[in-house]
Design a protein around this ligand. Structure first.
Ligand SMILES: C[S@@+](CC[C@H](N)C(=O)[O-])C[C@H]1O[C@@H](n2cnc3c(N)ncnc32)[C@H](O)[C@@H]1O
Length: 357
Protein backbone atom coordinates (compact mmCIF):
# COMPACT_ATOMS: atom_id res chain seq x y z
CA UNK A 1 0.00 0.00 0.00
CA UNK A 2 0.95 3.64 -0.44
CA UNK A 3 1.83 4.74 3.12
CA UNK A 4 2.11 8.41 2.12
CA UNK A 5 -1.69 8.59 2.26
CA UNK A 6 -1.74 7.62 5.96
CA UNK A 7 -2.81 10.20 8.52
CA UNK A 8 -0.27 9.70 11.38
CA UNK A 9 -2.69 11.02 14.01
CA UNK A 10 -5.29 8.47 12.96
CA UNK A 11 -2.68 5.68 13.02
CA UNK A 12 -1.70 6.74 16.56
CA UNK A 13 -5.32 6.82 17.64
CA UNK A 14 -5.95 3.35 16.23
CA UNK A 15 -2.82 1.91 17.87
CA UNK A 16 -4.02 3.47 21.13
CA UNK A 17 -7.35 1.70 20.76
CA UNK A 18 -5.51 -1.52 19.94
CA UNK A 19 -3.45 -1.30 23.17
CA UNK A 20 -6.66 -0.88 25.16
CA UNK A 21 -8.30 -3.84 23.42
CA UNK A 22 -5.21 -6.08 23.53
CA UNK A 23 -4.83 -5.33 27.24
CA UNK A 24 -8.50 -6.18 27.81
CA UNK A 25 -8.09 -9.48 25.96
CA UNK A 26 -4.99 -10.43 28.00
CA UNK A 27 -6.73 -9.28 31.18
CA UNK A 28 -9.80 -11.51 30.68
CA UNK A 29 -8.08 -14.59 32.19
CA UNK A 30 -7.10 -12.53 35.24
CA UNK A 31 -10.74 -11.81 36.04
CA UNK A 32 -11.58 -15.52 35.84
CA UNK A 33 -8.53 -16.32 38.00
CA UNK A 34 -9.49 -13.67 40.56
CA UNK A 35 -12.97 -15.14 40.70
CA UNK A 36 -11.83 -18.79 40.92
CA UNK A 37 -9.03 -18.21 43.42
CA UNK A 38 -11.15 -15.99 45.65
CA UNK A 39 -8.87 -12.97 45.19
CA UNK A 40 -11.68 -10.43 44.68
CA UNK A 41 -13.57 -11.84 47.65
CA UNK A 42 -10.39 -11.71 49.77
CA UNK A 43 -10.00 -8.05 48.87
CA UNK A 44 -13.63 -7.43 49.77
CA UNK A 45 -13.28 -9.23 53.08
CA UNK A 46 -10.38 -7.23 54.44
CA UNK A 47 -10.51 -3.64 53.23
CA UNK A 48 -7.19 -2.11 52.18
CA UNK A 49 -4.53 -4.85 52.01
CA UNK A 50 -1.05 -5.58 50.72
CA UNK A 51 -0.15 -8.46 48.41
CA UNK A 52 1.18 -10.25 51.50
CA UNK A 53 -2.19 -9.88 53.24
CA UNK A 54 -4.06 -11.29 50.24
CA UNK A 55 -1.50 -14.08 49.95
CA UNK A 56 -2.14 -15.04 53.58
CA UNK A 57 -5.91 -15.04 53.04
CA UNK A 58 -5.88 -17.09 49.83
CA UNK A 59 -2.78 -19.27 50.06
CA UNK A 60 -1.57 -18.01 46.66
CA UNK A 61 2.15 -17.07 46.48
CA UNK A 62 2.73 -13.43 47.34
CA UNK A 63 4.70 -12.74 44.14
CA UNK A 64 1.83 -14.02 41.98
CA UNK A 65 -0.75 -12.09 43.97
CA UNK A 66 1.32 -8.90 43.59
CA UNK A 67 1.43 -9.22 39.81
CA UNK A 68 -2.30 -9.94 39.63
CA UNK A 69 -3.06 -6.93 41.84
CA UNK A 70 -0.88 -4.65 39.70
CA UNK A 71 -2.62 -5.75 36.52
CA UNK A 72 -5.99 -5.16 38.17
CA UNK A 73 -4.93 -1.71 39.35
CA UNK A 74 -3.75 -0.85 35.82
CA UNK A 75 -7.11 -2.04 34.49
CA UNK A 76 -9.11 -0.02 37.04
CA UNK A 77 -10.53 -3.17 38.64
CA UNK A 78 -8.91 -2.48 42.03
CA UNK A 79 -7.67 0.77 43.58
CA UNK A 80 -4.02 1.22 44.53
CA UNK A 81 -2.55 3.28 47.39
CA UNK A 82 1.10 4.01 46.50
CA UNK A 83 2.33 5.20 49.92
CA UNK A 84 1.31 1.96 51.60
CA UNK A 85 1.70 -0.27 48.50
CA UNK A 86 -1.76 -1.63 49.25
CA UNK A 87 -4.95 -2.38 47.37
CA UNK A 88 -8.69 -2.24 47.94
CA UNK A 89 -11.99 -2.60 46.10
CA UNK A 90 -14.15 0.49 45.85
CA UNK A 91 -17.82 -0.16 46.72
CA UNK A 92 -18.58 -0.27 42.97
CA UNK A 93 -15.74 -2.73 42.28
CA UNK A 94 -16.89 -4.95 45.15
CA UNK A 95 -20.51 -4.80 43.88
CA UNK A 96 -19.56 -6.00 40.40
CA UNK A 97 -16.60 -8.33 41.11
CA UNK A 98 -16.99 -9.86 44.57
CA UNK A 99 -20.70 -9.97 45.41
CA UNK A 100 -22.32 -13.00 43.76
CA UNK A 101 -25.77 -11.75 44.79
CA UNK A 102 -25.33 -8.42 43.02
CA UNK A 103 -27.55 -7.69 39.99
CA UNK A 104 -24.36 -6.63 38.19
CA UNK A 105 -21.99 -9.49 39.08
CA UNK A 106 -19.70 -9.61 36.05
CA UNK A 107 -17.02 -12.37 36.21
CA UNK A 108 -19.20 -14.91 34.34
CA UNK A 109 -18.87 -12.73 31.24
CA UNK A 110 -15.16 -13.43 31.11
CA UNK A 111 -15.79 -17.17 31.35
CA UNK A 112 -17.82 -16.80 28.14
CA UNK A 113 -14.93 -14.94 26.49
CA UNK A 114 -12.38 -17.57 27.54
CA UNK A 115 -14.60 -20.43 26.39
CA UNK A 116 -14.36 -19.12 22.82
CA UNK A 117 -10.56 -19.16 23.11
CA UNK A 118 -10.64 -22.79 24.22
CA UNK A 119 -12.66 -23.71 21.10
CA UNK A 120 -10.82 -21.53 18.63
CA UNK A 121 -9.42 -24.34 16.44
CA UNK A 122 -12.80 -26.03 16.06
CA UNK A 123 -14.58 -22.71 15.49
CA UNK A 124 -12.03 -21.87 12.78
CA UNK A 125 -12.84 -25.18 11.07
CA UNK A 126 -16.57 -24.57 11.49
CA UNK A 127 -16.32 -21.16 9.79
CA UNK A 128 -14.06 -22.47 7.05
CA UNK A 129 -16.32 -25.40 6.21
CA UNK A 130 -19.57 -23.48 6.68
CA UNK A 131 -20.89 -26.35 8.79
CA UNK A 132 -21.62 -24.22 11.83
CA UNK A 133 -20.91 -25.10 15.46
CA UNK A 134 -23.57 -26.22 17.91
CA UNK A 135 -24.14 -24.79 21.37
CA UNK A 136 -23.63 -28.33 22.67
CA UNK A 137 -20.18 -28.56 21.04
CA UNK A 138 -18.72 -25.66 23.04
CA UNK A 139 -16.43 -25.96 26.03
CA UNK A 140 -18.38 -26.26 29.31
CA UNK A 141 -16.99 -22.90 30.42
CA UNK A 142 -19.57 -21.32 28.09
CA UNK A 143 -22.52 -22.92 29.88
CA UNK A 144 -21.33 -21.97 33.36
CA UNK A 145 -20.35 -18.47 32.24
CA UNK A 146 -23.72 -17.91 30.59
CA UNK A 147 -25.57 -18.93 33.74
CA UNK A 148 -23.43 -16.78 36.00
CA UNK A 149 -23.51 -13.75 33.68
CA UNK A 150 -27.24 -13.86 32.84
CA UNK A 151 -28.67 -14.88 36.20
CA UNK A 152 -27.98 -11.56 38.01
CA UNK A 153 -29.90 -9.64 35.34
CA UNK A 154 -32.81 -12.05 35.58
CA UNK A 155 -32.77 -11.83 39.39
CA UNK A 156 -32.91 -8.05 39.15
CA UNK A 157 -35.57 -7.76 36.44
CA UNK A 158 -37.63 -10.85 35.72
CA UNK A 159 -40.05 -10.93 38.65
CA UNK A 160 -40.04 -7.22 39.48
CA UNK A 161 -40.24 -5.77 35.98
CA UNK A 162 -40.44 -8.12 33.01
CA UNK A 163 -43.36 -10.36 34.07
CA UNK A 164 -45.41 -7.39 35.37
CA UNK A 165 -44.93 -5.67 32.00
CA UNK A 166 -47.05 -8.42 30.38
CA UNK A 167 -50.83 -8.07 30.28
CA UNK A 168 -52.52 -10.30 32.90
CA UNK A 169 -49.65 -12.75 33.29
CA UNK A 170 -48.75 -12.11 36.93
CA UNK A 171 -52.36 -12.74 38.04
CA UNK A 172 -52.28 -16.11 36.32
CA UNK A 173 -48.91 -16.99 37.86
CA UNK A 174 -50.15 -16.10 41.34
CA UNK A 175 -53.31 -18.18 40.87
CA UNK A 176 -51.42 -21.14 39.40
CA UNK A 177 -50.32 -21.32 35.77
CA UNK A 178 -48.59 -23.79 33.46
CA UNK A 179 -45.28 -22.42 32.24
CA UNK A 180 -42.72 -23.72 29.72
CA UNK A 181 -39.27 -22.11 29.78
CA UNK A 182 -37.83 -23.10 26.40
CA UNK A 183 -34.06 -23.02 25.76
CA UNK A 184 -33.71 -22.77 29.55
CA UNK A 185 -29.98 -23.60 29.78
CA UNK A 186 -29.10 -24.13 33.44
CA UNK A 187 -32.60 -23.05 34.46
CA UNK A 188 -31.76 -19.73 36.17
CA UNK A 189 -34.92 -18.06 34.85
CA UNK A 190 -37.11 -21.12 35.48
CA UNK A 191 -36.03 -21.35 39.12
CA UNK A 192 -36.46 -17.61 39.78
CA UNK A 193 -40.05 -17.79 38.47
CA UNK A 194 -40.75 -20.95 40.51
CA UNK A 195 -39.49 -19.27 43.67
CA UNK A 196 -41.76 -16.27 43.09
CA UNK A 197 -44.92 -18.18 42.12
CA UNK A 198 -45.29 -21.35 44.21
CA UNK A 199 -48.82 -22.12 42.95
CA UNK A 200 -47.60 -22.42 39.34
CA UNK A 201 -45.91 -25.37 37.63
CA UNK A 202 -42.83 -24.91 35.50
CA UNK A 203 -41.07 -27.09 32.99
CA UNK A 204 -37.74 -26.11 31.47
CA UNK A 205 -36.76 -27.49 28.06
CA UNK A 206 -33.40 -27.36 26.35
CA UNK A 207 -31.93 -29.50 23.61
CA UNK A 208 -28.58 -29.61 25.45
CA UNK A 209 -28.62 -32.60 27.82
CA UNK A 210 -25.74 -31.43 30.03
CA UNK A 211 -27.55 -28.12 30.67
CA UNK A 212 -30.71 -29.99 31.68
CA UNK A 213 -28.66 -32.09 34.14
CA UNK A 214 -27.25 -28.88 35.65
CA UNK A 215 -30.71 -27.29 35.79
CA UNK A 216 -32.10 -30.27 37.73
CA UNK A 217 -29.30 -29.94 40.28
CA UNK A 218 -29.92 -26.19 40.64
CA UNK A 219 -33.65 -26.75 41.20
CA UNK A 220 -32.96 -29.31 43.93
CA UNK A 221 -30.45 -26.97 45.60
CA UNK A 222 -32.98 -24.11 45.42
CA UNK A 223 -35.67 -26.28 47.03
CA UNK A 224 -38.15 -25.88 44.17
CA UNK A 225 -37.99 -29.38 42.66
CA UNK A 226 -41.64 -29.90 43.75
CA UNK A 227 -42.84 -27.36 41.17
CA UNK A 228 -40.12 -27.42 38.48
CA UNK A 229 -39.12 -30.18 36.11
CA UNK A 230 -36.55 -30.11 33.34
CA UNK A 231 -36.57 -32.17 30.18
CA UNK A 232 -34.35 -32.48 27.12
CA UNK A 233 -36.40 -31.21 24.17
CA UNK A 234 -36.11 -28.83 21.25
CA UNK A 235 -38.05 -25.62 20.82
CA UNK A 236 -39.91 -27.12 17.88
CA UNK A 237 -40.88 -30.41 19.52
CA UNK A 238 -41.19 -29.92 23.29
CA UNK A 239 -44.14 -31.83 24.79
CA UNK A 240 -47.26 -30.45 26.43
CA UNK A 241 -50.18 -28.21 25.51
CA UNK A 242 -52.17 -25.38 27.02
CA UNK A 243 -49.29 -23.48 28.52
CA UNK A 244 -50.45 -20.15 29.98
CA UNK A 245 -46.93 -18.80 29.52
CA UNK A 246 -44.04 -19.86 27.32
CA UNK A 247 -40.73 -18.07 27.83
CA UNK A 248 -37.67 -17.74 25.60
CA UNK A 249 -34.73 -16.10 27.36
CA UNK A 250 -31.90 -15.09 25.08
CA UNK A 251 -32.22 -18.16 22.87
CA UNK A 252 -34.68 -17.48 20.02
CA UNK A 253 -31.97 -15.81 17.95
CA UNK A 254 -29.68 -18.87 18.50
CA UNK A 255 -32.16 -21.36 17.10
CA UNK A 256 -31.58 -23.22 13.86
CA UNK A 257 -35.27 -23.24 12.97
CA UNK A 258 -36.82 -20.22 14.70
CA UNK A 259 -39.92 -20.27 12.49
CA UNK A 260 -40.62 -23.91 13.38
CA UNK A 261 -40.08 -22.99 17.04
CA UNK A 262 -42.57 -20.10 16.78
CA UNK A 263 -45.11 -22.40 15.07
CA UNK A 264 -44.72 -25.05 17.77
CA UNK A 265 -45.06 -22.47 20.55
CA UNK A 266 -48.18 -20.98 18.92
CA UNK A 267 -49.78 -24.45 19.08
CA UNK A 268 -48.58 -25.14 22.64
CA UNK A 269 -50.06 -21.96 24.12
CA UNK A 270 -53.45 -22.08 25.82
CA UNK A 271 -56.16 -19.80 24.40
CA UNK A 272 -55.16 -16.36 25.77
CA UNK A 273 -51.64 -17.62 26.54
CA UNK A 274 -48.56 -15.44 26.19
CA UNK A 275 -45.03 -15.90 24.90
CA UNK A 276 -42.44 -13.85 26.81
CA UNK A 277 -39.55 -13.29 24.41
CA UNK A 278 -36.36 -11.79 25.87
CA UNK A 279 -33.71 -10.85 23.34
CA UNK A 280 -30.50 -8.79 23.47
CA UNK A 281 -30.89 -5.04 23.10
CA UNK A 282 -30.42 -3.95 19.47
CA UNK A 283 -31.31 -1.09 17.16
CA UNK A 284 -33.18 -1.18 13.89
CA UNK A 285 -30.15 -1.69 11.66
CA UNK A 286 -26.43 -2.38 11.73
CA UNK A 287 -25.42 1.28 12.04
CA UNK A 288 -27.48 1.59 15.26
CA UNK A 289 -25.46 -1.23 16.85
CA UNK A 290 -21.94 0.02 16.21
CA UNK A 291 -21.21 0.78 19.85
CA UNK A 292 -19.66 -1.10 22.82
CA UNK A 293 -22.81 -3.12 23.58
CA UNK A 294 -23.18 -3.99 19.89
CA UNK A 295 -19.57 -5.14 19.80
CA UNK A 296 -20.22 -7.53 22.70
CA UNK A 297 -23.28 -8.99 21.00
CA UNK A 298 -21.91 -9.16 17.44
CA UNK A 299 -18.73 -10.81 18.76
CA UNK A 300 -20.60 -13.47 20.73
CA UNK A 301 -22.96 -13.90 17.80
CA UNK A 302 -20.13 -14.57 15.32
CA UNK A 303 -18.59 -17.38 17.36
CA UNK A 304 -21.61 -18.72 19.26
CA UNK A 305 -25.14 -17.68 18.23
CA UNK A 306 -25.07 -17.63 14.43
CA UNK A 307 -22.89 -20.73 14.32
CA UNK A 308 -25.47 -22.66 16.35
CA UNK A 309 -28.25 -21.43 14.06
CA UNK A 310 -26.24 -22.50 11.00
CA UNK A 311 -25.39 -25.89 12.52
CA UNK A 312 -29.02 -26.79 13.20
CA UNK A 313 -30.85 -24.72 10.58
CA UNK A 314 -32.34 -25.70 7.26
CA UNK A 315 -30.96 -24.06 4.11
CA UNK A 316 -33.82 -21.55 4.07
CA UNK A 317 -34.00 -20.84 7.83
CA UNK A 318 -33.25 -17.29 8.95
CA UNK A 319 -30.00 -16.95 10.93
CA UNK A 320 -31.15 -14.22 13.29
CA UNK A 321 -28.03 -13.55 15.38
CA UNK A 322 -27.78 -11.66 18.66
CA UNK A 323 -28.49 -8.30 17.05
CA UNK A 324 -31.65 -9.28 15.21
CA UNK A 325 -33.81 -6.17 14.86
CA UNK A 326 -37.41 -5.94 16.05
CA UNK A 327 -38.45 -6.35 12.42
CA UNK A 328 -36.28 -9.48 11.96
CA UNK A 329 -37.80 -11.06 15.07
CA UNK A 330 -41.35 -10.07 14.12
CA UNK A 331 -40.91 -11.60 10.66
CA UNK A 332 -39.74 -14.96 12.07
CA UNK A 333 -42.49 -15.00 14.71
CA UNK A 334 -45.21 -14.08 12.21
CA UNK A 335 -44.05 -16.78 9.79
CA UNK A 336 -44.74 -19.25 12.62
CA UNK A 337 -48.17 -17.78 13.36
CA UNK A 338 -47.27 -15.43 16.22
CA UNK A 339 -48.43 -12.14 14.78
CA UNK A 340 -49.09 -9.95 17.82
CA UNK A 341 -45.76 -8.58 19.09
CA UNK A 342 -45.41 -5.73 21.59
CA UNK A 343 -42.19 -4.38 23.10
CA UNK A 344 -43.29 -4.57 26.73
CA UNK A 345 -40.17 -3.16 28.39
CA UNK A 346 -36.41 -3.02 27.95
CA UNK A 347 -33.08 -2.56 29.74
CA UNK A 348 -29.74 -1.40 28.32
CA UNK A 349 -29.00 -5.06 27.51
CA UNK A 350 -32.40 -6.64 26.80
CA UNK A 351 -35.63 -6.19 24.85
CA UNK A 352 -38.69 -7.83 26.41
CA UNK A 353 -41.53 -8.69 24.03
CA UNK A 354 -45.08 -9.81 24.74
CA UNK A 355 -46.02 -12.15 21.91
CA UNK A 356 -49.35 -13.78 21.05
CA UNK A 357 -50.85 -15.64 18.09
C1 LIG B 1 -27.59 -18.18 25.31
S1 LIG B 1 -28.20 -19.66 25.98
C2 LIG B 1 -29.47 -19.06 27.08
C3 LIG B 1 -29.82 -20.07 28.13
C4 LIG B 1 -30.90 -19.63 29.12
N1 LIG B 1 -32.15 -19.32 28.47
C5 LIG B 1 -30.42 -18.42 29.90
O1 LIG B 1 -30.91 -17.33 29.63
O2 LIG B 1 -29.57 -18.58 30.78
C6 LIG B 1 -29.12 -20.34 24.64
C7 LIG B 1 -29.77 -21.68 24.97
O3 LIG B 1 -30.64 -22.06 23.91
C8 LIG B 1 -30.56 -23.46 23.76
N2 LIG B 1 -31.06 -23.77 22.42
C9 LIG B 1 -30.60 -23.33 21.23
N3 LIG B 1 -31.34 -23.80 20.23
C10 LIG B 1 -32.30 -24.56 20.78
C11 LIG B 1 -33.40 -25.31 20.27
N4 LIG B 1 -33.64 -25.36 18.96
N5 LIG B 1 -34.20 -25.97 21.13
C12 LIG B 1 -33.95 -25.92 22.47
N6 LIG B 1 -32.93 -25.23 23.02
C13 LIG B 1 -32.13 -24.56 22.18
C14 LIG B 1 -29.09 -23.76 23.99
O4 LIG B 1 -28.87 -25.13 24.29
C15 LIG B 1 -28.79 -22.83 25.16
O5 LIG B 1 -29.00 -23.44 26.40
Amino acid sequence: MDTTTLNPDKVDAFVGQFVTDFGAALFAPLVVLGDRLGLYKALAAGGRQTAADISTRTGIRERSVAEWLRANAAAGYVTYDAPTDSYALSPEQEFTLADESSPAFLPGAFQIALSVGRDIDRITDALRSGRGYGWDEHDALLFEGTERFFRPGYAANLVDSWLPSLDGVVDKLVAGARVADVGCGHGASTILMAQAYPASRFVGFDFHAASIDAARKRAAEAGVADRVTFQVAGADDFPGKDYDLVTLFDCFHDMGRPIDAARHIARALSPGGTLLLVEPQAGHDVADNLNPVGRVFYSASTTICTLNAIRYGAADSPVLGAQASDADLERALAAGGLTSVRLATSTPFNRVFEVRP
